[in-house]
Design a protein around this ligand. Structure first.
Ligand SMILES: *[C@@H]1O[C@H](CO)[C@@H](O)[C@H](O)[C@H]1NC(C)=O
Ligand SMILES: *[C@@H]1O[C@H](CO)[C@@H](O)[C@H](O)[C@H]1NC(C)=O
Ligand SMILES: *[C@@H]1O[C@H](CO)[C@@H](O)[C@H](O)[C@H]1NC(C)=O
Ligand SMILES: *[C@@H]1O[C@H](CO)[C@@H](O)[C@H](O)[C@H]1NC(C)=O
Length: 297
């Protein structure tokens, strides 16, 4: 290992550096492509390692004389790395890292050494691995009327989580698409590396409020939003759309209960009627049945 580092200092090679983003649990491809002429694999050594020199264990993957060599590979990367065997011959030494976790967020270095009379570095590349995770669908609650405020001020709140990196939160007045300033914005980091977010908005209540809370993940170029719409009714008064749904829900429930009661009543009536009919039939047919019985014997 020290061998190539020493050589690395002697031989100047332009270092390309890339940043790649992976979601938690996904597989990430760390790219390292040598564009020079084709070289026989048996004369090559490819080291993928953690770029930080302070690291106690730095070998992520090693290819020696055309074979994977696990003898120096760090335990953290055991069974989690693969080269693209069909592409090696073409100078593509990219590494597939499986099941990316928070602890994989590092700068990785690929070093390609050629062994002829002496060993020299023919290619190097650095890849910064960063994480990204989609935020959950935001949940918008409110409006809640603020009791100790003058006028008709209400509060909305919005929450989302399981995302990475830290989100941008937008409160938008959908009636004119203006941005509103949150009165509270709390971003909480969690042990799994993700963030959750909670934000509140205080606004003056109007008869046609349309509020949107939008959670943006810049890296994934994702915007997830939740909306609140206050609907105007024909009688001029206004009600809130989700409260409306709740009311409709209760109405449907009540209707359901009433229909069950009616149905049960009908069933009881029917049973009663059938029973009575049957008893009267039994009474009237007893004679005939007796005759049939006699026929059978
Ligand atoms: C791995 O490399 C070490 C030292 O470079 C060597 O002794 C060992 O034989 C190699 N193992 C394989 C499987 O190539
Ligand atoms: C890697 O996989 C092998 C065989 O599939 C297994 O025996 C070994 O325990 C695994 N090592 C780690 C560190 O998971
Ligand atoms: C992926 O890694 C996590 C820990 O980072 C582990 O709990 C999980 O079992 C791994 N999944 C697979 C499919 O190996
Ligand atoms: C997300 O929405 C905000 C506010 O509307 C906007 O400024 C931003 O450009 C959007 N981002 C993406 C990735 O669409």
């Amino acid at each position: 290992m020290c061998h190539w580092r020493y050589l690395g200092m002697l031989v100047f090679i332009a270092l390309e550096e890339k940043i790649i983003f992976s979601k938690l649990g996904d597989n990430a491809t760390l790219s390292c492509i040598y564009q020079g002429k084709k070289l026989p694999l048996k004369n090559l050594r490819v080291y993928w390692q953690i770029a930080d020199d302070q690291e106690e264990c730095s070998v992520v993957h090693a290819l020696i004389s055309g074979q994977d060599n696990e003898s120096e590979q760090c335990v953290h990367f055991k069974n989690r790395t693969q080269l693209f065997w069909d592409k090696l011959e073409n100078g593509d030494f990219s590494l597939l890292l499986l099941n990316v976790s928070q602890s994989d967020v590092r700068t990785y270095k690929c070093v390609v050494l050629q062994k002829t009379e002496y060993t020299k570095v023919i290619h190097q590349a650095e890849v910064v691995l960063s994480l990204a995770a989609s935020y959950s669908q935001p949940i918008l609650s409110g409006p809640i009327r603020n009791s100790n405020s003058t006028g008709e001020e209400v509060t909305f709140s919005c929450r989302s989580g399981n995302g990475y990196p830290e989100p941008n939160v937008y409160w938008i007045n959908k009636t004119d698409n203006s941005h509103l300033l949150p009165s509270e914005l709390t971003i909480t980091p969690h042990t799994d590396g993700t963030y959750s977010v909670f934000s509140t908005l205080k606004v003056k209540a109007t008869s046609d409020m349309q509020i949107e809370c939008s959670i943006e993940n810049r890296i994934l170029q994702e915007n997830l939003s939740a909306n609140y719409t206050q609907e105007k009714q024909s009688n001029g008064s206004s009600t809130e759309s989700h409260k409306n749904l709740e009311k409709n829900g209760r109405g449907a429930q009540a209707a359901g209960i009433i229909s069950i009661v009616i149905l049960m009543g009908l069933l009881a009536g029917l049973t009663c009627w059938l029973w009575r009919r049957r008893s009267s039939k039994l009474a009237s047919y007893t004679g005939n049945e007796a005759i049939h019985l006699h026929d059978q014997f």
